[in-house]
Design a protein around this ligand. Structure first.
Ligand code: MN
Length: 285
């Protein structure tokens, strides 16, 4: 076990030791800056538990993900303060890289605020994110590391940012995006072609983040800030298939799953997406 981690819930999937893994799952169960619906600290457990419902054989890729070398590194034990939590998450991810520098990590969350940690450690050149929100605020509710600021903090690291499925933001965020070359696609204008057009020219390696609230609120009611008018499940899967096959993706995350009931719809959506990501990695990598 990595320092500062604990085992929260075992998936039914066979797992291997971290040192031998091609893919590694790590939970970031933080919800200290949640502004609307609480419970994201349970996201990683809820996602793993929801996967009990799914076949490990993925029809789409004719692949059984039970045959892949997957490690589950557990969840990071995160303190209350957001900046302290980011620091502990960074330390844990650095340690994970020392033990196995080659495994592709898939982080489960937990608030989107935590995505800053893996991006800072893994140093991608681009950040491709599916999100209902721009997350480009400079500060929110007294913190510059609030979940509503994460894309801005990441862009300040010099990482190229593109955001897909947006339907919520402020004038200030639009101006920041415009002035800093941040591309974004409204959920109403989203298409596979729009995604490919934008991501094709983005520098590699790429970090791919899925804020679960990008999906229509009907698919993901249990999330910190649900928004109607979102993407369909297959919109996101098809985009991830393209980017996994065509670009150098160094890590994925699925964030902002919350709730306090096992088997909630949001966790099922996230668990299904997790299995599809593993399936496409097995197929394309
Ligand atoms: Mn969001």
């Amino acid at each position: 076990m990595l320092l500062h981690t604990y085992r929260s819930f075992d998936m039914e999937l066979p797992t291997v030791d971290l040192r031998e893994a091609d893919y590694v799952i790590l939970g970031l169960p933080y919800d200290g800056t949640t502004s609307y619906k609480p419970g994201a600290r349970f996201g990683p457990v809820l996602i793993r538990q929801a996967t009990l419902n799914f076949e490990s054989y993925i029809l789409d890729y004719n692949i059984d993900i039970a045959e892949l070398k997957i490690a589950d590194a557990g969840d990071v034990s995160l303190p209350v303060n957001v900046e302290d939590s980011i620091r502990v998450a960074e330390e844990t991810i650095r340690e994970l890289r020392e033990v196995n520098p080659n495994a592709i990590p898939i982080f489960l969350g937990g608030e989107h605020s935590m995505t800053y940690a893996p991006v800072k450690v893994l140093k991608p050149k681009s950040y491709v994110v599916f999100d209902a929100h721009l997350d480009l605020r400079d500060e929110y509710q007294g913190s510059r590391f609030n979940h509503a600021c994460v894309a801005r903090r990441i862009s300040e690291l010099g990482v190229k940012v593109a955001i897909f499925g947006v339907r919520s933001g402020t004038k200030e965020e639009l101006i920041y995006a415009e002035e800093n070359g941040i591309e974004w696609v409204h959920a109403r204008d989203y298409s596979y072609e729009a995604f490919v057009d934008l991501v094709l020219s983005m520098p590699e390696p790429i970090y791919v983040s899925v804020d679960i609230d990008v999906f229509d609120a009907s698919l993901v009611p249990e999330t910190g800030t649900p928004e109607p008018g979102g993407l369909r499940f297959w919109d996101v899967v098809e985009a991830l298939e393209w980017v996994s096959e065509r670009k150098d993706v160094i890590a994925f995350d699925i964030m902002e799953v919350s709730g306090d009931k096992l088997g909630n719809i949001t966790a099922l959506t996230a668990g299904k997406l997790l299995f599809h990501i593993l399936g496409m990695l097995g197929e394309f990598r």
